[in-house]
Design a binder for this molecule. Structure first.
Ligand code: 13P
Length: 250
């Protein structure tokens, strides 16, 4: 059976009240639980996690995690804590966190923490810019290899890669489906060179960056990705639910 698509909503630091967070979660859940082909993942700020009442096809995700397991790390949240509140997926290495100083080394340690807790990692990778010579491919390759660090072959089943080119995040338009397809294949090739073909093919590749209900279906179908990581449109319930309907209708 084909694996389910993953449509993940990264709420980032939104919304500002529990009332609104609760409204978004319950409105999305109504559509998510009816879908047959999607695992919808809602990734709210930690403080709203308890408002997301998970169900079949409707999972809770986190936007970040500590690389430490427990102890004197003020303000941090461990992978075991996330697991204990029902989190199933953890976004690691988002471009906005890398901008705050998260290095590939830190990302690889966080992946270790998430995998160790038995959760699924959504590893974000993406180039800052595209050049004519294709140097961005080398940048992407180096980033993937360094971020995966010591991830063992046996743990590859807990890996999902979200390709988010930085220049499409919060931008007016997304990447073209043709470019998504080409880069997705490149990412699979890098994974195959690292872990072998069979393992690489089991990794789901998502696309993120200015996804809306208008471009979602083309990106998934023509871009040949296994799902989407949605920013702004994930807190616009009308738009996000339309994405779910479009993808479930594929
Ligand atoms: P936007 O969909 O708002 O461009 O954000 C993408 C993103 O960063 C998802 O993680």
């Amino acid at each position: 059976m084909k694996k389910k698509y993953i449509i993940a909503g990264n709420w980032k630091m939104n919304p500002q009240t529990t009332e609104e967070a609760s409204r978004i979660a319950t409105t999305v859940k109504k559509v998510a639980i009816k879908s047959k082909k999607i695992d919808t993942v809602v990734c709210p700020p930690f403080v709203y996690a308890h408002l997301v009442k998970t169900a079949d096809n409707f999972s809770l995700g986190a936007q970040n995690v500590s690389l430490e397991q427990s102890g004197s790390f003020t303000g941090e949240v461990s992978a075991d804590m996330l697991k204990s509140v029902g989190v199933k997926y953890v976004i690691v290495g988002h471009a906005e966190r890398r901008k705050m100083g998260e290095t590939d080394e830190i990302v690889s340690q966080k992946i270790g923490a998430v995998v160790g807790a038995g959760l699924q990692v959504i590893l974000c990778v993406g180039e800052k810019e595209r050049d004519q010579n294709g140097d961005y491919l080398a940048v992407l390759k180096a980033q993937i290899i360094a971020s995966l660090g010591k991830l063992a072959r046996k743990d590859v089943k807990q890996l999902i890669v979200a390709y988010e080119p930085l220049w499409t995040i919060g931008a007016p338009v997304a990447m073209t489906p043709a470019d998504v397809r080409e880069t997705g294949l490149f990412i699979k090739k890098v994974l195959a060179d690292t872990y072998g073909q069979e393992y690489a093919l089991s990794v789901r590749i998502l696309y993120g960056g200015s996804v809306t209900f208008k471009n979602a279906k083309d990106i998934v179908l023509l871009g040949q990705v296994d799902g989407l990581l949605v920013g702004r449109e994930s807190i616009n319930t009308e738009g996000f639910n339309l994405i779910l309907k479009e993808i479930d209708g594929i």
